[in-house]
Ligand binder design. Structure first.
Ligand code: KG4
Ligand code: ZN
Length: 338
């Protein structure tokens, strides 16, 4: 039983992260979150690339140190190939290639969205591995997908957003309310003490298992503009209720489609993944369907939901076992499908 050590590197958006995994168990998972974007209300690509440049060396050093291994013990380097911001991806991929050359070990390219889904297979007592096939609602700042997973590398997208991602819906709504980026966690926090039925927003009508969130964002914008014209303190006086109502609407949109997917496929093993799966209401509602609808649900450990290199390292490990390596010429890709 040999120990296989994989270094994972994630730099697709605004988190610089490195992790070391040994036979599926996380030894370290260091994340440097870029605070610089908060005041701009969203990720500024150029600033993200610069921050990755600054963070990448210390983050990797820390990951190797915390794992308590020598870099010569590493068996392979796994990095995020895409999808993501091109400049951000280039920092991680160039660095990964350099280490692979220097240590003379193989390079493994990882699809970021596969990383979110397969984070469920990190060996950790705080989470349960789903059996195949299972459905995964993958929700992040860039994606909203219902995926059918038949085996580690056999994934089929059953439905996805036609415009904004659900994370964007959270973040853009938060921006309208004057909350800093990323606003998703703040909406979650305020919603806890608000009334979800205080305000009503119409849900979009979208075909099949697809989603749409751009209309909701516009509806919220007009609603807030109208209300603040009547009462300039409207947001301040009603923040918790507004957040709870927005969250309630988003959660309904997501679960309407997820229920449809379960009914159509007959698959009752249901997982969530991606940054937005950190949302407390989404976790509660999913869990409640165990009793209500007979689902078995899989909720990833909190730190494996938002962008992190642990999820890249686990896919690296699974690909290592399958001998799926890459040559040094592989380029990064900003738009990659699962
Ligand atoms: O997966 P992730 O870290 O990055 C991408 O790949 O996009 O997801 C980030 C997204 C952001 O939109 C953020 O607002 C959202 O996840 N998010 C949340 C929560 N925590 C993070 N949205 C709602 N509730 C939360 N608790
Ligand atoms: Zn992500």
């Amino acid at each position: 039983n040999k120990s296989i050590y994989i270094l994972g590197i994630e730099s697709s958006c605004d988190d610089t992260s490195a992790a070391v995994i040994c036979n599926g168990k996380i030894l370290s998972n260091v994340v440097a979150t870029q605070e610089i974007h908060a005041k701009y209300g969203g990720v500024v690509p150029e600033l993200a690339s610069r921050a990755h440049q600054q963070n990448i060396v210390p983050v990797i050093q820390q990951a190797i140190q915390q794992a308590n291994i020598d870099k010569k013990d590493l068996n392979a380097i796994a990095f995020t190939r895409g999808p993501g911001l091109m400049g951000s991806l280039l920092v991680g991929s160039s660095f990964a290639k350099s280490i692979s050359l220097a240590l003379n070990i193989p390079l493994i390219a990882i699809n970021h969205m596969q990383g979110h889904v397969l984070a469920h297979f990190i060996d950790d007592e705080k989470q349960q591995k789903p059996p195949f096939p299972f459905l995964c609602l993958t929700i992040s700042g860039g994606h909203t997908q219902i995926v059918k997973i038949s085996s580690y590398f056999n994934m089929e997208i059953l439905g996805e957003t036609l415009d904004d991602a659900v994370g964007e819906a959270f973040d853009k709504s938060a921006k309208i309310l004057g909350l800093p980026y990323p606003g998703g966690p703040l909406i979650d926090k305020h919603a806890k003490t608000g009334n979800p039925k205080a305000f009503k927003f119409t849900k979009p009508k979208v075909d099949a298992l697809n989603f749409s969130f751009s209309g909701l964002k516009t509806a919220i914008l007009y609603f807030i503009q109208k209300k603040t014209k009547e009462n300039p303190h409207f947001i301040k006086e009603n923040l918790d209720d507004i957040c709870a109502s927005i969250q309630y609407t988003i959660v309904e949109i997501l679960f309407d489609k997820l229920k449809k997917a379960v009914n159509e496929t007959g698959i009752k093993h249901v997982a969530i993944a991606g940054g937005v799966s950190a949302n407390s209401e989404i976790r509660l509602v999913l869990k409640s369907y165990e009793e209500k609808l007979g689902w078995t649900t899989y909720i990833p450990k909190f730190e494996y939901t938002t962008d992190n290199a642990g999820m890249i390292a686990i896919v690296g490990y699974l690909k290592y076992l399958e001998n799926t390596f890459l040559n040094q010429k592989t380029i990064t890709t900003a738009r990659l499908k699962v």
